[in-house]
Design a protein around this ligand. Structure first.
Ligand SMILES: [Ca+2]
Ligand SMILES: [Ca+2]
Ligand SMILES: [Ca+2]
Ligand SMILES: [Ca+2]
Length: 317
C-alpha cells in the first residue's frame, strides 16, 4: 500500500532548510526509527490494551430498546474485575475478533532505510451489518472516532456520516482495511424532523500499529509512533464507485488484483489508473474506448485490433 504523506514532506523540507541556514538556532532533525522495531513495540502495546480492557459486550449481546450501539471501553479492575477482556471476548462470547497481517515498507513514509515490516491489524466486530461489504475501490459512508491507547479522543465525525474513498492514498491503510471487514447497513428511517436514523449498520473497532497509520509523523494531536484505535460505524457504501469518472468502476482498475489501486498505472504518468481518465495516455478518454450500456454504465471493455489488450489500455488502438 502506498501512502502519501504531506507531513513527511514537510519534515524533509525543514531538515533541508536547517542544513542550509548556518546562523540562528538550528533545528535538530531526529532520524526516523526502524519500522520493524516500532511494529513490534506497537503490537505489544496493543495486546496490553486488548488484555486489560473490555468493551460493553453485554449491551451488544442483549441490546435494550434504547441502546445506541456505541462501543465503550473500560479497564478490567474494581467492580469490573470479572469482565472478559477484548482479547478473550472473541473466542468466549462468539464475537468476531480477527487479526490481519499487512506488510508496509518504510519507503511509504518517505524513509529510505529499505525496511519492510509485517503489521498486525486487530479488529472487533461488535455488530455485523445486514448489508454488503464495500471493496477497496468504493466510497464508504461511515462514522468514526479515533482514540489513542490512553483513551484520548483525537478525531471523530460525531453523528454525521462522512464519505471516504477507500483507495484515497491519503487514507491510513489500517483504516481502509478495517472498513473492508465491516458490513454496511441497508436501511434508514426518516425521522420527519430533518434527521435520519440509520439501522442495521456494522459497528466495529480497529486497533492498529503506527505503521498502518501515521508512523513517525505527528498528526494533529497524535504523537509520532502512536498505535491508534478507530471505532467505526459502517453506515453504507457506493457500490461500483467510479472515482475518476472514466466509466470503469474503480475496483476493475486494479489490474494486478492485489487490492491496491495505487500501483496500477498503464501509461506511467503520475496518475494510477483509478485516478486517470485516459489510462493509456493516447489522448482518447477511457470513457470513449469502452462499451457502456443504455444507462451509461460500464458494460464491457473493447478490443478493436484483437490483440488481447483492451482499447483503453492499448496506445495503438
Ligand atoms: Ca493493484
Ligand atoms: Ca496513468
Ligand atoms: Ca481510469
Ligand atoms: Ca485512452
Amino acid at each position: 500500500m502506498k501512502l502519501k504523506n504531506s507531513i513527511v514532506f514537510a519534515i524533509t523540507f525543514i531538515g533541508f532548510w536547517s542544513c542550509k541556514k548556518d546562523d540562528g538556532p538550528s533545528i535538530e532533525v531526529v532520524p526516523p526509527r526502524s519500522i520493524v522495531e516500532v511494529a513490534a513495540e506497537d503490537d505489544a502495546e496493543i495486546l496490553e490494551f486488548l488484555s486489560t480492557h473490555f468493551f460493553n459486550y453485554e449491551d451488544f449481546l442483549n441490546p435494550q430498546e434504547k441502546f445506541d450501539y456505541k462501543i465503550k471501553f473500560d479497564t478490567i479492575a474494581g467492580e469490573n474485575a470479572r469482565k472478559m477482556s477484548i482479547l478473550d471476548s472473541g473466542e468466549l462470547l462468539g464475537i468476531e475478533f480477527g487479526v490481519e497481517t499487512i506488510s508496509v515498507a518504510s519507503s511509504s513514509f518517505g524513509i529510505d532505510d529499505g525496511e519492510v515490516a509485517d503489521h498486525k491489524l486487530y479488529y472487533l466486530i461488535a455488530r455485523q451489518g445486514s448489508g454488503d461489504l464495500p471493496t477497496i475501490g468504493d466510497n464508504s459512508i461511515l462514522r468514526y472516532e479515533g482514540l489513542l491507547l490512553n483513551g484520548t479522543l483525537f478525531d471523530g465525525s460525531s453523528n454525521q456520516p462522512l464519505k471516504f474513498y477507500l483507495s484515497n492514498p491519503g487514507l491510513r491503510v489500517g483504516f481502509a482495511q478495517a472498513m473492508l471487514k465491516l458490513k454496511t447497513g441497508n436501511s434508514f428511517t426518516d425521522n420527519g424532523d430533518g434527521t435520519v436514523s440509520f439501522e442495521n449498520y456494522g459497528v466495529g473497532v480497529a486497533f492498529m500499529p503506527s505503521g498502518l497509520a501515521y508512523f513517525n509523523s505527528p498528526a494533529g494531536s497524535i504523537p509520532a509512533y502512536s498505535p491508534l484505535i478507530f471505532k467505526l460505524d459502517a453506515i453504507s457504501y457506493e457500490k461500483n464507485t467510479d472515482f475518476d469518472g472514466d466509466g470503469i468502476p474503480s475496483i476493475l482498475e486494479d489490474l494486478n488484483e492485489d487490492g491496491n489501486l495505487n500501483n496500477d498505472n498503464t501509461d506511467g504518468d503520475p496518475l494510477p489508473n483509478h485516478n486517470d481518465t485516459d489510462d493509456d495516455g493516447d489522448g482518447v478518454p477511457t470513457i470513449e474506448e469502452i462499451n457502456l450500456d443504455s444507462e451509461g454504465k460500464f458494460e464491457s471493455v473493447r478490443d478493436s485490433d484483437g490483440d488481447g489488450i483492451p482499447d483503453h489500455l492499448d496506445k495503438d488502438s
